[in-house]
Design a protein around this ligand. Structure first.
Ligand code: NIG
Ligand code: FE
Length: 412
């Protein structure tokens, strides 16, 4: 007997290669042990629902999708950067603010002041907003500590969030995000600290599953990033790259050389970079929130990525500096409006391809038997409406590991 069965729904499975996103009209979903035990047309159920499961639920004719996966966020931080945004409206550029010691470094200052509890408390409302809008798996990067102690604290706060709320957190170490002021005249010393101390320690304490780097003129060079990524590989961690966001750094090629799970942003990626991603099977993670809020006018090479068969994911990039975005469905709609993804691409981008960007395609991102039982019900008629509404929240209910969620934190 299954734990539960859900009836009165239309499902899109997002199974790779399936026509119309794997649409199943009048479908049924069976859940057992936190996994999907059955999915198909209701008439093909092997018996009357009440004989198959302990609980029978109705979704009232709604649309069911896999639980959403936000595969790129910096959601744990102190303070905010509303003032930077106001400065940009007066014509001060993002890179100019960063060069003057503001930008990421001003968030670092406010983040270092917070305890682990303070960091969790600051992030919880943002994470709750993401969850209410359908996110069931959430990547969280460090990167606003920039010293061993604070980076590890950020990762512990990320882990706590996954214990307090019904969501799976995937922690990523992004200590190569900006050069901290203490190392202003010793770049190599900071890279040494990351490769010799911080990365091995984060791996040993199992606080991160991946290492990310910001390869950019205002951050780190290709050579510096390569040293960090080598240390990540040596520690057995996966690799991700903030690539070519503000200029063509050849960072997509760097990501490909290291067999990165994903290369993210990609506004300035060249045709050679796209080809390298395709060969490596690296996912392109597109971040329309950051593009919009920084006033960027050059979109990532979506047509070339599509042509080359590079899987495209979309994420919120939730962060204080460039993308204070707490809705993945909004990011999905923006990817269509700003980057001209198709409706099918925009939905796959926050489910199947986002799972792949986290190395989790085997356990989530589609509605298939044996996948984790993470799914959402939407007040939508057709999947193309999913990435059509600009804000609002059509998520009627969501199920994480087989359980219908409420969004209040449990005590810990
Ligand atoms: O993804 N690109 C680097 N990191 C963030 C921005 C961080 C910040 O400005 O605080 C991003 O856009
Ligand atoms: Fe980012």
């Amino acid at each position: 007997v299954w734990d539960a069965i859900w009836l009165d729904l239309n499902a899109v499975t997002l199974e790779a290669g399936a026509a119309e996103l794997g649409w199943i009209g009048d479908a049924a979903l069976g859940v057992a042990g936190g996994k999907l035990a059955w999915i198909g047309p209701r008439q093909q159920l092997p018996g009357p629902p009440a004989s198959l499961a302990r609980e029978v639920h109705s979704a009232g004719g709604r649309l069911a999708t896999p639980g959403l996966i936000d595969c790129h966020t910096h959601v744990v931080f102190g303070g905010n950067r509303a003032l930077d945004f106001a400065l940009r409206a007066q014509g001060v550029g993002y890179q100019q603010i960063a060069a003057a010691g503001g930008g990421i470094r001003s968030t670092v200052k406010q983040t270092r002041e917070l305890s682990e509890d303070g960091l969790v408390a600051a992030a919880l409302p943002r994470v709750q907003a993401l969850l209410k809008d359908g996110v069931t798996t959430l990547e969280i990067k460090s990167g606003y500590g920039l010293d061993v102690e604070t980076e590890l604290r950020l990762l512990r706060a990320a882990r706590r969030i996954g214990q307090l709320l019904p969501v799976d957190v995937v922690p990523t170490l992004l200590a190569a995000h900006a050069l901290p002021p203490e190392f202003a005249s010793d770049r190599a010393g900071y890279i040494d600290l990351l490769t010799r101390e911080l990365i091995p320690e984060a791996a040993k304490q199992q606080l991160a599953v991946a290492v990310d780097v910001f390869c950019e003129r205002i951050a780190f060079t290709r050579a510096e990033c390569a040293r960090v990524l080598e240390a990540a590989r040596a520690a057995g961690l996966a690799v991700k790259v903030h690539a070519d966001q503000l200029s063509d750094m050849g960072a997509a090629q760097l990501a490909a050389e290291f067999g990165a799970l994903s290369a993210d942003h990609l506004e300035y990626t060249s045709p050679a970079g796209v080809a390298a991603l395709a060969r490596a099977g690296t996912v392109a993670v597109l971040l329309p929130g950051a593009y919009l809020m920084t006033g960027e006018t050059r979109p990532p090479p979506v047509a070339a990525l599509r042509e080359a068969g590079v899987p495209m994911a979309v994420a919120t990039d939730c962060n204080p500096g460039t993308s204070p975005c707490t809705s993945l469905t909004l990011a999905s709609t923006l990817s269509r409006a700003l980057f001209v993804l198709t409706a099918d691409e925009a939905l796959a981008a926050v489910t199947r391809n986002a799972a792949r960007a986290l190395g989790l395609a085997g356990s989530r991102g589609t509605l298939q038997v044996d996948q984790q039982a993470d799914f959402c019900f939407w007040d939508l008629q057709h999947p193309r409406e999913f990435s059509y509404w600009l804000g609002g929240n059509a998520c009627w209910a969501s199920v994480h590991r087989g359980r219908r969620r409420s969004y209040e934190p449990t005590r810990h």
